[in-house]
Write a protein of this length. Structure first.
Lengths: 784, 421
């Protein structure tokens, strides 16, 4: 359908007071020859909206440029259905609410006697007007350059789910997904389902009143899953590789403990000498796989015997951590010093006995915190779960022996939330002794009993307890710490990313969005995320099942998942011009691309989160989205009317993150905070999508500086696309070099890390940058 | 939508009661699978308790960042409808087929509102600002906070019928003020109901020995969040309520109400981390400042131990194990004197602070306002019913991350009741 633009300028909310609307309209009507340009005092009102609707119907307008308030408000009244593209020009928050409408001008006049006089006059602020005019130009250009979005739809989206791990988490996820109507396959390395939960005598309470130990329901879950016609179970099986993408993951299975040609080959070594300025942002070192005797197939070779799944839940659990590092506790030295996992194993098989002589262990000491000299940490990977486990196992001692005694020596008793009730029930048991203290040493006596020396900090004395057995409250090392688990046949490597941030736990690093990983369609649950109680594993598994279902349903509709949920645009590649530089493959925060042996990227659109980092990375500029592309933003930059040097006005282009920086600018406007009108903001999906050509465009058009405002990066990154703002920063070295070649000062281009709640700092940040630019003076390329 | 593979009927609406982070998460996660969801929120805005927080632990990132994403998701998703200033009056029927009566209280401002702020400019009546726990006053025509969604003003009930209200109406160029707005009730049908009405800070006045309300410079942890926030009563300056003086020496009193059979017998899960987080507010704002945390046990569940270590590395933050016995005021200086027995040294301490923060716990909202339908509660009024589902802090004390987790799982549970019909 032919594109027909209409421009609608609102003069309400002080826009009309701050701006000359007539003059602004002429930008549309004269400069851009728009046939339809209407103004209204309240475009969002019934009448204003009616005006637009009428033009849609009568005039065939289908690209609507509304110059009014921010697109964050009135989004609903200005929604004219999917057939009509709407571009909002933010004249309110980012123009009239944040800039002066008038300014004092000194005017020389002659008085009656011909004497020269300097008078101050108040005139409309031309800088504010020019700002509005530039924004309108940019809005019109954007509407001209956008294209209708065609979703990426794949035929036969596979709607079954793969669950890795058949413990309590995996079983729960499978049952929950099956109950909702989806087919599930559980792959479990061991001979039997059940994992650690099947080796527990009892579990800590999962329901009110949270005081009594409960039977685990793991056997029912195993039965339920085995009997469920929607659930397929593969025990004694491992994953050789997972290739493909959401909706079409191809999974190669193999017998547990074997090698396969479909194992993921070790990632290719990087060509270190290759000149790659942008590739400072190289892929993080992938987990090295052990040298393999079998030559593995390349990741792009497809296995005809692979099974197809739509999405994946990783519930691979963990392995007990080894406490031998704490020598004073005697683990490994004394037979009767064991871990809580060994204790559970003993307890699940019968009465509690000690390993040295299989005699009854009636007095047991539990050690929560292994450190010395005031170190009050629990064992590594404890979460708060180890406190609960010791409380539980102390009760086993009491269950088995009427005269049983349990000592729990802790530094912090960690029983958060409802678990406090469970703690209290232990406190009420006269055979359970809870002591805050530091264990100085564990020594073995002739009869193989143990003496635990404690600095009891509550009683303020040293005590020594004689016990049959010592249990160390150790945590679980997540499976993801030890091996890739998911074995992705992805060019960026087989494992999850950012594992080092959380000691190997596969975490999203998002507080608000705990299930997101950097591998689209792969969701984690249970002990791979943090050490959890059975109850917590069950809850976590249910959430992961929802996410897995949601992902394949979204894929089926051609929609992106988090954080641009519902977005139907996706990147397209003009391969004829690809130089195989691999930057897109390397930089994509989500590992969406796999390059072939030549280095040509293979896009996997259903892995894509639509941030545009690939577009930002590409030096040949062959990556584009229908509604977000190099030419669109470049043309918007070029639409800015840069004044001649004689006019003595600076111009700065700012690319701002639309998720955080842009709302912050709106907030600054709402608070009527004022800042320089020399700067023009262009919202981008993520700073990662900023291609350096836009910066070059801005500078060659005579703009005096470029500012990039994006999210914080580093360990506590706030970038919604994880790496976008960081990658942008890495590209800045490259930009500085280019500027140097053009004899332009590198300070002209800067990136700022900005949070959404820092709106009060907007004037400071902007005006500081403007000062810097004023310091280096006008762009010498102006006017060329 | 129908599940093409199973042919199971999957229609029906999920009603989520409570528009905080848990409610929003349940609603969005279900809506993004493809189900129709209603969110009902009693405040004039969505966002709930987290909208009042300055930062999240452990990343110290702003809650508005995640809320903004969620609001974008709501704006972009046609499956979600939301009702602010609305409460559930009555629920009848059962799972798969509920009849629900909703009551929307008047906002006195209609959809025409452009958020231009003119009504607030002319409004000459100020009321205590509830959003900031009464630490400042706001106009009776107000936007609850700048990130409020929907971005629409509210007229406080107290000015209705008074000249100020008329003045506000007259100032509005968009015919957005409707002084005749009335509470209205309406009925909807829902197949599944999720209760996500969250928590209230436990009333600190109930603990006599902690002197909240009697000693001016004793505040609660939620008040501290507002004090530290840029959009708070002091624009982010952490100063004492009595005299506006900079705070150099602050104490945090843990388990203020929690783990106490006379108050909240359970552990409120978040308070240790909240105090650890709040030490960073004051330490960052004032490098000379000192902070002391009085605790029973430091509970850093999940992977938060790392955050505790980070705070502990700051030598200006000290930790004293002991339950605070008494809080008094030096009437002259308005300093706060804390009496506590240090259980590690056995000594009784009297220490003087500029300000004291009570780490008050969370009480489920259902302690004061029950589900108007069939629901079960535990002994502390948390909702534990299986039919009307519950999620977030009305189910169990949780932090934001675990709320997100359980709320996602609850979305699936709600969907299952539709699928099974």
């Amino acid at each position: 359908m032919e594109k027909k633009l209409g421009v609608y300028i609102c003069s309400g909310c002080e826009i009309g007071e701050g701006l000359n609307i007539e003059q602004l309209s002429q930008i549309a009507t004269k400069e851009y020859k728009m046939q339809i340009c209407k103004t209204h005092t309240a475009m969002c009102g019934e009448e204003g909206v009616g005006l637009i609707k009428k033009d849609i119907e009568a005039e065939g307008v289908n690209h609507i440029v509304i110059a009014a308030c921010s697109n964050r408000v009135k989004y609903d009244v200005f929604d004219f259905g999917p057939a009509n593209f709407v571009e909002r020009v933010n004249l309110r928050e980012q123009v009239v609410w944040s800039h002066d409408w008038t300014k004092k001008v000194q005017v020389k006049t002659k008085d009656a006697e011909g004497k020269e006089e300097v008078k101050e006059e108040i005139k409309p602020n031309e800088d504010t007007q020019m700002l509005a005019e530039d924004y309108l130009r940019m809005g019109i250009v954007k509407a001209q350059k956008t294209n209708p979005v065609d979703p990426y739809l794949i035929e036969n989206v596979e709607r079954s789910i793969l669950v890795i791990g058949g413990g309590i988490t995996g079983l729960t996820a499978a049952i929950e997904a099956a109950t909702t109507g989806y087919d599930v396959t559980i792959v479990e390395r061991a001979q039997q389902l059940g994992g650690y939960a099947a080796k527990q005598r009892k579990q800590v309470p999962t329901k009110a009143p949270y005081t009594q130990l409960e039977q685990t329901n793991i056997q029912e879950k195993i039965k339920g899953a085995t009997a469920n016609p929607r659930i397929t179970i593969k025990t004694n099986t491992e994953i050789a590789r997972i290739s493909g993408a959401p909706g079409q993951f191809d999974v190669s299975f193999k017998p547990a403990g074997t090698k396969s040609v479909w194992d993921v080959p070790p990632p290719k070594k990087k060509e270190e000498d290759k000149d790659k300025p942008a590739a400072e942002a190289k892929i993080e070192e992938p987990v090295e796989l052990p040298a393999d005797l079998i030559k593995c197939e390349d990741i792009l070779t497809s296995n005809p015997d692979a099974e197809r799944f739509g999405s994946i839940i990783v519930a691979a659990g963990g392995t007990p951590s080894d406490p031998s590092g704490f020598e004073h506790l005697g683990y490994g030295k004394f037979a009767n010093v064991i871990t809580n996992v060994m204790m559970e194993d003993t307890a699940s098989k019968g009465k509690i006995i000690r390993p040295s002589d299989r005699k009854e262990a009636k007095t047991v000491a539990f050690i929560q915190s292994p450190g010395l000299d005031g170190d009050d940490s629990d064992f590594p990977y404890s979460s708060s779960v180890t406190s609960l486990i010791s409380l539980k196992q102390a009760q086993y001692v009491r269950e088995d022996y009427n005269d049983g005694k349990a000592y729990i020596i802790y530094k912090h008793m960690r029983t958060p939330g409802h678990y406090e009730n469970f703690y209290k029930s232990a406190q009420n048991d006269e055979g359970i002794f809870l002591t805050r203290g530091e264990v100085k040493a564990v020594t073995e006596n002739a009869d193989k009993s143990l003496t635990v020396e404690v600095d009891d900090t509550i009683l303020g004395e040293k005590i020594a307890v004689n016990v049959d057995m010592v249990v160390l409250a150790t945590g679980m090392v997540p499976a993801t710490q030890l091996e890739p688990v998911i074995n992705l046949a992805y060019r960026q490597g087989p494992a999850f990313k950012d594992l080092e941030l959380f000691d190997g736990y596969a975490d999203s690093n998002y507080i608000c969005f705990p299930y997101e990983t950097r591998r689209t369609g792969v969701y984690t649950a249970g002990n791979v995320r943090q050490t959890m109680t059975n109850g917590e594993c069950i809850e976590d598994a249910t959430g992961a099942a929802l996410k897995a279902i949601q992902c394949l349903e979204s894929t089926n509709r051609g929609m992106a998942v988090h954080p641009r949920s519902g977005d139907m645009s996706f990147p397209e590649f003009f391969f004829q011009r690809c130089t195989q530089c691999k930057r897109c493959t390397e930089e994509c925060p989500f590992g969406a691309l796999d390059d072939d042996e030549k280095g040509t990227p293979k896009p996997n659109p259903t892995r894509c989160r639509r941030c545009g980092t690939c577009m930002g990375a590409c030096p040949e500029r062959i990556v584009s989205f229908k509604n977000y592309h190099i030419d669109m933003i470049g043309s918007m930059v070029k639409a800015i009317n840069v004044p001649e040097e004689e006019e003595e006005k600076y111009r700065i282009v700012a690319f701002v993150c639309e998720n955080d920086a842009y709302p912050a600018l709106d907030m600054a406007g709402l608070h009527k905070l004022k800042y320089s009108a020399d700067i023009r903001f262009i919202p981008v999906r993520c700073l990662g999508s900023v291609n350096t050509i836009w910066i070059a465009d801005a500078m060659s058009k005579g703009n005096d500086g470029v500012l990039l405002i994006g999210c914080k990066y580093g360990d506590d990154y706030q970038c919604h696309f994880v790496k976008g703002s960081e990658l942008c920063n890495k590209r800045m070295d490259n930009v500085a070099e280019t500027l140097g070649k053009l004899r332009l000062e590198p300070v002209r281009v800067q990136q700022i890390q900005f949070s959404i709640d820092e709106y009060n700092k907007i004037p400071e940040v902007i005006d500081k940058f403007v000062k810097v630019i004023e310091g280096v003076g006008f762009n010498p390329m102006k006017g060329f | 939508m129908a599940d093409e593979k199973t042919g199971a009927p999957v229609s029906g609406t999920i009603l989520v009661v409570g528009g905080g982070i848990s409610g929003i998460t349940t609603a969005l996660e279900a809506a993004e699978v493809g189900y129709e969801v209603f969110i009902v929120e009693k405040n004039p805005y969505l966002g709930g308790r987290v909208a009042q927080l300055n930062k999240y632990f452990p990343k110290l990132c702003p809650p508005t960042c995640g809320l903004e994403i969620n609001f974008q998701r709501i704006k972009n998703n046609k499956n979600i409808k939301w009702f602010t200033l609305t409460e559930v009056e009555k629920i009848s029927g059962g799972a798969g087929n509920y009849d629900v009566t909703l009551k929307t209280n008047p906002r006195y401002v209609n959809n025409n509102c452009t958020c231009c702020g003119k009504c607030a400019e002319v409004c000459d009546v100020e009321i205590p600002n509830e959003f900031n726990f009464g630490m400042d006053r706001r106009k009776a025509a107000y936007l609850p906070h700048e990130m409020a969604f929907p971005q629409r003003y509210v007229l406080d009930q107290s000015i209705i019928g008074k000249p100020t209200a008329q003045k506000c109406k007259d100032s509005c160029a968009y015919n957005a003020i409707d002084l005749d707005d009335k509470a209205r009730t309406f009925d909807i049908k829902a197949a599944s109901i999720v209760w996500a009405t969250g928590w209230n800070p436990y009333d600190a006045k109930k603990m006599d020995n902690l002197s909240f309300g009697k000693v001016q410079n004793v505040i609660t942890n939620m008040m501290m969040e507002r004090l530290a926030a840029v959009n708070g009563p002091t624009k982010g300056k952490i100063v004492r309520p009595s005299d506006g003086k900079q705070v150099n020496n602050i104490a945090f009193v843990q388990c203020a109400g929690s783990r106490d059979d006379n108050h909240l017998p359970f552990c409120s899960y978040i308070c240790c981390l909240a105090s650890l987080k709040q030490t960073t507010y004051i330490r960052e704002a004032n490098p000379k400042s000192k902070a002391t945390i009085f605790y029973i046990d430091l509970r850093t569940p999940g992977r938060y131990e790392k955050f505790y270590k980070k705070v502990k590395a700051d030598t200006n933050v000290s930790f004293v194990k002991g339950k605070v016995a008494k809080i008094e005021e030096d009437t002259e200086t308005k300093d706060v004197i804390v009496t506590v027995e240090d259980t590690l040294s056995g000594k009784k301490i009297h220490e003087r602070f500029d300000m004291v923060v009570l780490a008050t716990g969370m009480e489920p909202s259902t302690a004061t306002s029950k589900v108007p339908g069939n629901a079960k509660y535990d002994e502390n009024n948390f909702v534990i019913s299986d039919e009307i589902l519950s999620t977030g802090c009305v189910k169990k004390p949780s932090d934001v991350m675990s709320s997100g987790q359980t709320a996602t799982g609850t979305a699936l549970k709600a969907i299952q009741t539709l699928v099974r019909r």
